[in-house]
Design a protein around this ligand. Structure first.
Ligand SMILES: Nc1ncnc2c1ncn2[C@@H]1O[C@H](COP(=O)(O)O)[C@@H](O)[C@H]1OP(=O)(O)O
Ligand SMILES: [Mg+2]
Ligand SMILES: [Mg+2]
Ligand SMILES: [Mg+2]
Length: 308
Protein backbone atom coordinates (compact mmCIF):
# COMPACT_ATOMS: atom_id res chain seq x y z
CA UNK A 1 0.00 0.00 0.00
CA UNK A 2 2.67 2.47 1.11
CA UNK A 3 4.71 2.05 -2.07
CA UNK A 4 1.61 2.42 -4.23
CA UNK A 5 0.29 5.61 -2.63
CA UNK A 6 0.52 8.72 -4.84
CA UNK A 7 3.78 10.71 -4.60
CA UNK A 8 2.15 13.70 -2.87
CA UNK A 9 0.77 11.53 -0.07
CA UNK A 10 4.11 9.72 0.32
CA UNK A 11 5.90 13.08 0.51
CA UNK A 12 3.56 14.46 3.19
CA UNK A 13 3.66 11.16 5.12
CA UNK A 14 7.49 11.04 5.07
CA UNK A 15 7.74 14.74 5.92
CA UNK A 16 5.67 14.13 9.07
CA UNK A 17 8.19 11.55 10.31
CA UNK A 18 11.14 13.74 9.34
CA UNK A 19 9.86 16.87 11.11
CA UNK A 20 9.13 14.87 14.25
CA UNK A 21 12.74 13.66 14.28
CA UNK A 22 13.97 17.21 13.61
CA UNK A 23 11.87 18.47 16.52
CA UNK A 24 13.63 16.07 18.87
CA UNK A 25 17.00 17.31 17.58
CA UNK A 26 15.89 20.90 18.29
CA UNK A 27 14.92 19.98 21.87
CA UNK A 28 18.18 18.06 22.37
CA UNK A 29 20.33 21.01 21.24
CA UNK A 30 18.48 23.28 23.68
CA UNK A 31 18.75 20.87 26.61
CA UNK A 32 22.48 20.33 25.95
CA UNK A 33 22.83 24.08 26.38
CA UNK A 34 25.27 25.04 23.58
CA UNK A 35 23.26 26.72 20.80
CA UNK A 36 26.29 27.45 18.56
CA UNK A 37 24.84 30.76 17.37
CA UNK A 38 26.11 32.20 14.07
CA UNK A 39 25.01 35.61 12.78
CA UNK A 40 24.05 35.21 9.11
CA UNK A 41 23.12 38.88 8.73
CA UNK A 42 21.45 41.75 10.49
CA UNK A 43 18.88 40.39 12.95
CA UNK A 44 19.31 36.96 11.32
CA UNK A 45 20.65 34.14 13.50
CA UNK A 46 21.39 30.48 12.88
CA UNK A 47 21.94 27.89 15.62
CA UNK A 48 23.19 24.32 15.77
CA UNK A 49 19.52 23.32 15.93
CA UNK A 50 18.78 25.02 12.58
CA UNK A 51 21.78 23.31 10.96
CA UNK A 52 21.16 19.85 12.43
CA UNK A 53 17.39 19.86 11.84
CA UNK A 54 17.98 20.79 8.21
CA UNK A 55 20.47 17.94 7.72
CA UNK A 56 17.96 15.52 9.28
CA UNK A 57 15.07 16.59 7.05
CA UNK A 58 16.93 17.07 3.78
CA UNK A 59 18.86 13.80 4.09
CA UNK A 60 15.76 11.85 5.11
CA UNK A 61 13.65 13.16 2.23
CA UNK A 62 16.35 13.08 -0.44
CA UNK A 63 17.14 9.41 0.33
CA UNK A 64 13.50 8.56 -0.35
CA UNK A 65 12.82 11.05 -3.15
CA UNK A 66 16.13 11.52 -5.00
CA UNK A 67 14.52 13.23 -8.04
CA UNK A 68 12.53 15.80 -6.06
CA UNK A 69 14.04 19.31 -5.75
CA UNK A 70 14.53 20.19 -2.07
CA UNK A 71 15.43 23.75 -1.07
CA UNK A 72 16.37 24.42 2.55
CA UNK A 73 16.95 27.68 4.38
CA UNK A 74 20.37 26.78 5.73
CA UNK A 75 22.13 25.76 2.54
CA UNK A 76 24.01 22.50 1.95
CA UNK A 77 26.40 20.86 4.39
CA UNK A 78 28.98 18.18 3.63
CA UNK A 79 29.25 16.89 7.21
CA UNK A 80 28.23 13.28 7.70
CA UNK A 81 24.70 12.91 9.05
CA UNK A 82 24.37 10.59 12.09
CA UNK A 83 22.45 7.49 11.02
CA UNK A 84 19.76 7.97 13.68
CA UNK A 85 18.89 11.37 12.16
CA UNK A 86 17.90 9.70 8.91
CA UNK A 87 14.31 8.49 9.03
CA UNK A 88 12.61 6.76 6.14
CA UNK A 89 9.32 5.56 7.59
CA UNK A 90 6.12 7.50 7.04
CA UNK A 91 2.83 8.41 8.67
CA UNK A 92 0.49 5.48 7.92
CA UNK A 93 -2.74 7.49 8.16
CA UNK A 94 -1.74 10.04 5.52
CA UNK A 95 -0.81 7.20 3.16
CA UNK A 96 -4.41 5.93 3.36
CA UNK A 97 -6.01 9.23 2.28
CA UNK A 98 -7.87 9.59 -0.98
CA UNK A 99 -5.79 11.81 -3.26
CA UNK A 100 -7.65 14.33 -5.46
CA UNK A 101 -7.38 13.50 -9.15
CA UNK A 102 -5.25 16.53 -10.10
CA UNK A 103 -2.56 15.55 -7.59
CA UNK A 104 -2.75 11.80 -8.11
CA UNK A 105 -0.35 11.63 -11.06
CA UNK A 106 2.24 14.28 -10.09
CA UNK A 107 5.79 13.13 -10.90
CA UNK A 108 8.98 13.61 -8.85
CA UNK A 109 10.56 16.19 -11.15
CA UNK A 110 7.41 18.36 -10.94
CA UNK A 111 7.71 18.83 -7.16
CA UNK A 112 9.68 21.38 -5.14
CA UNK A 113 9.99 20.95 -1.36
CA UNK A 114 10.74 24.06 0.73
CA UNK A 115 12.32 23.33 4.13
CA UNK A 116 12.57 25.74 7.04
CA UNK A 117 14.24 23.49 9.63
CA UNK A 118 13.56 25.93 12.47
CA UNK A 119 11.23 28.88 12.04
CA UNK A 120 11.41 31.39 14.86
CA UNK A 121 15.16 31.14 15.49
CA UNK A 122 15.27 34.48 17.27
CA UNK A 123 12.57 33.34 19.71
CA UNK A 124 14.29 29.94 20.16
CA UNK A 125 17.47 31.70 21.31
CA UNK A 126 15.40 33.79 23.74
CA UNK A 127 13.55 30.82 25.25
CA UNK A 128 10.15 31.57 23.70
CA UNK A 129 9.96 27.93 22.81
CA UNK A 130 6.36 27.53 21.68
CA UNK A 131 6.96 30.08 18.89
CA UNK A 132 9.26 27.59 17.16
CA UNK A 133 8.06 25.43 14.26
CA UNK A 134 9.62 23.13 11.66
CA UNK A 135 8.21 23.69 8.17
CA UNK A 136 8.09 21.46 5.10
CA UNK A 137 6.13 22.87 2.16
CA UNK A 138 5.36 20.96 -1.03
CA UNK A 139 4.81 22.83 -4.28
CA UNK A 140 3.59 21.66 -7.69
CA UNK A 141 3.38 23.98 -10.69
CA UNK A 142 4.60 26.83 -8.46
CA UNK A 143 1.65 26.44 -6.05
CA UNK A 144 1.87 25.44 -2.38
CA UNK A 145 -0.28 22.28 -2.34
CA UNK A 146 0.94 20.42 0.73
CA UNK A 147 2.41 21.43 4.04
CA UNK A 148 3.61 20.01 7.33
CA UNK A 149 4.10 22.20 10.42
CA UNK A 150 5.70 20.66 13.49
CA UNK A 151 5.66 22.51 16.80
CA UNK A 152 8.36 20.79 18.87
CA UNK A 153 7.49 22.54 22.15
CA UNK A 154 3.71 22.30 22.02
CA UNK A 155 2.51 21.70 25.61
CA UNK A 156 6.05 22.02 26.95
CA UNK A 157 4.83 23.54 30.16
CA UNK A 158 2.62 20.58 31.03
CA UNK A 159 4.27 17.45 29.61
CA UNK A 160 7.80 16.04 29.71
CA UNK A 161 10.43 14.97 27.23
CA UNK A 162 9.37 13.56 23.93
CA UNK A 163 5.66 13.58 24.85
CA UNK A 164 5.57 17.26 23.93
CA UNK A 165 5.14 18.55 20.38
CA UNK A 166 2.57 18.14 17.65
CA UNK A 167 2.42 17.99 13.87
CA UNK A 168 -0.17 19.69 11.67
CA UNK A 169 -0.60 18.96 7.97
CA UNK A 170 -2.71 20.14 5.06
CA UNK A 171 -3.16 19.02 1.47
CA UNK A 172 -5.00 20.93 -1.23
CA UNK A 173 -8.31 19.25 -2.05
CA UNK A 174 -8.11 16.92 0.98
CA UNK A 175 -8.06 19.11 4.10
CA UNK A 176 -6.03 19.23 7.29
CA UNK A 177 -5.00 17.07 10.24
CA UNK A 178 -3.21 17.20 13.56
CA UNK A 179 -5.23 20.07 15.02
CA UNK A 180 -8.78 21.25 15.64
CA UNK A 181 -9.59 24.01 13.09
CA UNK A 182 -11.38 26.97 14.68
CA UNK A 183 -12.71 30.29 13.44
CA UNK A 184 -11.63 33.55 15.12
CA UNK A 185 -14.25 35.45 17.15
CA UNK A 186 -16.76 37.55 15.21
CA UNK A 187 -16.99 41.29 15.76
CA UNK A 188 -13.30 41.82 16.59
CA UNK A 189 -10.13 42.24 14.55
CA UNK A 190 -7.09 40.54 16.05
CA UNK A 191 -3.93 40.87 13.98
CA UNK A 192 -0.76 38.88 14.53
CA UNK A 193 2.63 40.16 13.40
CA UNK A 194 6.37 39.98 14.01
CA UNK A 195 7.90 40.54 17.44
CA UNK A 196 11.54 40.53 16.34
CA UNK A 197 11.60 42.08 12.82
CA UNK A 198 9.43 45.19 13.11
CA UNK A 199 10.06 48.62 11.61
CA UNK A 200 8.07 51.78 10.88
CA UNK A 201 6.46 50.40 7.70
CA UNK A 202 5.40 47.18 9.46
CA UNK A 203 3.81 49.31 12.18
CA UNK A 204 2.16 51.73 9.72
CA UNK A 205 0.42 48.81 8.00
CA UNK A 206 -0.97 47.63 11.35
CA UNK A 207 -2.14 51.14 12.26
CA UNK A 208 -4.00 51.46 8.94
CA UNK A 209 -6.03 48.32 9.71
CA UNK A 210 -7.22 49.54 13.15
CA UNK A 211 -6.93 46.23 15.00
CA UNK A 212 -8.69 45.66 18.33
CA UNK A 213 -5.65 43.69 19.43
CA UNK A 214 -2.14 42.95 18.11
CA UNK A 215 -0.40 39.66 18.90
CA UNK A 216 3.36 40.11 18.44
CA UNK A 217 4.80 36.61 18.23
CA UNK A 218 7.69 34.88 16.47
CA UNK A 219 7.70 32.70 13.38
CA UNK A 220 5.63 32.51 10.22
CA UNK A 221 4.50 28.98 11.07
CA UNK A 222 3.40 29.99 14.55
CA UNK A 223 1.43 32.99 13.32
CA UNK A 224 -0.43 30.98 10.69
CA UNK A 225 -1.27 28.46 13.42
CA UNK A 226 -2.89 31.30 15.39
CA UNK A 227 -5.12 31.96 12.35
CA UNK A 228 -6.09 28.31 12.05
CA UNK A 229 -6.90 27.90 15.74
CA UNK A 230 -9.14 30.96 15.96
CA UNK A 231 -6.71 33.16 17.91
CA UNK A 232 -6.25 35.84 15.22
CA UNK A 233 -8.04 37.05 12.10
CA UNK A 234 -5.05 38.15 10.04
CA UNK A 235 -1.25 37.95 9.85
CA UNK A 236 0.14 41.22 8.51
CA UNK A 237 3.86 41.67 7.80
CA UNK A 238 4.63 44.63 5.53
CA UNK A 239 8.30 43.67 5.12
CA UNK A 240 10.38 41.72 2.61
CA UNK A 241 11.98 39.70 5.47
CA UNK A 242 10.23 36.35 4.95
CA UNK A 243 11.43 33.85 2.36
CA UNK A 244 9.69 31.10 0.40
CA UNK A 245 10.51 28.44 3.02
CA UNK A 246 8.76 30.56 5.68
CA UNK A 247 5.46 30.66 3.80
CA UNK A 248 5.18 27.54 1.61
CA UNK A 249 4.09 25.08 4.32
CA UNK A 250 1.96 27.58 6.30
CA UNK A 251 0.22 28.71 3.10
CA UNK A 252 -0.57 25.14 2.05
CA UNK A 253 -2.09 24.19 5.42
CA UNK A 254 -3.99 27.49 5.76
CA UNK A 255 -5.41 27.29 2.23
CA UNK A 256 -6.40 23.63 2.74
CA UNK A 257 -8.46 24.89 5.69
CA UNK A 258 -10.06 27.69 3.65
CA UNK A 259 -7.82 30.69 4.46
CA UNK A 260 -5.64 32.84 2.20
CA UNK A 261 -1.99 33.91 1.99
CA UNK A 262 -0.70 36.46 -0.51
CA UNK A 263 1.71 39.35 -0.68
CA UNK A 264 0.51 42.88 0.17
CA UNK A 265 -0.67 43.34 -3.43
CA UNK A 266 -2.91 40.29 -3.30
CA UNK A 267 -0.58 38.22 -5.49
CA UNK A 268 0.25 34.62 -4.68
CA UNK A 269 3.86 33.66 -4.26
CA UNK A 270 5.36 31.27 -6.78
CA UNK A 271 7.16 28.27 -5.29
CA UNK A 272 8.86 26.76 -8.33
CA UNK A 273 12.55 25.91 -8.14
CA UNK A 274 13.83 28.98 -10.02
CA UNK A 275 11.80 31.56 -8.12
CA UNK A 276 13.68 34.19 -6.06
CA UNK A 277 13.70 33.24 -2.38
CA UNK A 278 12.73 36.58 -0.86
CA UNK A 279 9.04 37.36 -0.26
CA UNK A 280 9.56 40.93 -1.44
CA UNK A 281 5.84 41.81 -1.40
CA UNK A 282 5.39 41.09 2.32
CA UNK A 283 2.91 38.65 3.85
CA UNK A 284 -0.84 39.01 4.27
CA UNK A 285 -2.63 35.91 5.54
CA UNK A 286 -6.23 35.69 6.66
CA UNK A 287 -8.20 33.05 8.52
CA UNK A 288 -11.03 31.03 7.01
CA UNK A 289 -14.14 33.19 6.82
CA UNK A 290 -12.22 36.51 6.76
CA UNK A 291 -12.56 38.89 3.82
CA UNK A 292 -8.97 38.93 2.48
CA UNK A 293 -9.84 41.74 0.06
CA UNK A 294 -10.89 44.02 2.95
CA UNK A 295 -7.30 43.98 4.22
CA UNK A 296 -5.93 44.62 0.73
CA UNK A 297 -8.30 47.57 0.22
CA UNK A 298 -7.42 49.13 3.56
CA UNK A 299 -3.64 48.93 3.21
CA UNK A 300 -2.42 52.34 2.01
CA UNK A 301 -0.71 52.51 -1.39
CA UNK A 302 2.26 54.24 0.23
CA UNK A 303 2.95 51.00 2.13
CA UNK A 304 2.38 48.79 -0.89
CA UNK A 305 4.83 50.89 -2.91
CA UNK A 306 7.63 50.02 -0.48
CA UNK A 307 7.04 46.31 -1.19
CA UNK A 308 7.60 45.58 -4.87
N1 LIG B 1 14.61 40.40 8.46
C1 LIG B 1 14.62 39.07 8.52
N2 LIG B 1 15.78 38.39 8.40
C2 LIG B 1 15.81 37.05 8.44
N3 LIG B 1 14.71 36.28 8.62
C3 LIG B 1 13.54 36.89 8.73
C4 LIG B 1 13.43 38.33 8.70
N4 LIG B 1 12.13 38.65 8.86
C5 LIG B 1 11.48 37.48 8.97
N5 LIG B 1 12.32 36.42 8.89
C6 LIG B 1 11.97 34.99 8.92
O1 LIG B 1 10.56 34.91 8.90
C7 LIG B 1 10.08 34.37 10.14
C8 LIG B 1 8.85 35.16 10.57
O2 LIG B 1 9.24 36.46 10.92
P1 LIG B 1 8.85 37.07 12.34
O3 LIG B 1 9.09 36.03 13.38
O4 LIG B 1 9.73 38.26 12.45
O5 LIG B 1 7.41 37.37 12.19
C9 LIG B 1 11.24 34.55 11.10
O6 LIG B 1 11.13 33.65 12.15
C10 LIG B 1 12.42 34.31 10.19
O7 LIG B 1 12.52 32.91 9.92
P2 LIG B 1 13.68 31.99 10.64
O8 LIG B 1 13.46 32.10 12.11
O9 LIG B 1 13.37 30.66 10.08
O10 LIG B 1 14.99 32.55 10.18
MG1 LIG C 1 16.63 31.94 9.66
MG1 LIG D 1 11.62 30.90 8.98
MG1 LIG E 1 14.49 29.01 9.85
Amino acid sequence: MAQNAPLILRLVASSITAVNRAGKIIRDVMSQGDLGIVEKGKNDLQTEADRSAQRCIVTSLSRQFPSVTIIGEEGPSNCEVPSDWVVTDSDPQVLQLQCPEELGSVLDHEVVVWVDPLDGTSEYTQGLLDHVTVLVGIAVGGRAIGGVIHQPYYNYETVNGDDMGRTLWGISGIGTGGFEPQLPPEGRRIITTTRSHSNSVVQAALDALHPDEILRVGGAGHKVMLLMEGKAHAYVFASPGCKRWDTCAPEAVLVAMGGHLTDMHGNSYCYNKDTPHQNTGGVLATAKGEDHSWYLRNLPDTIRQTLV
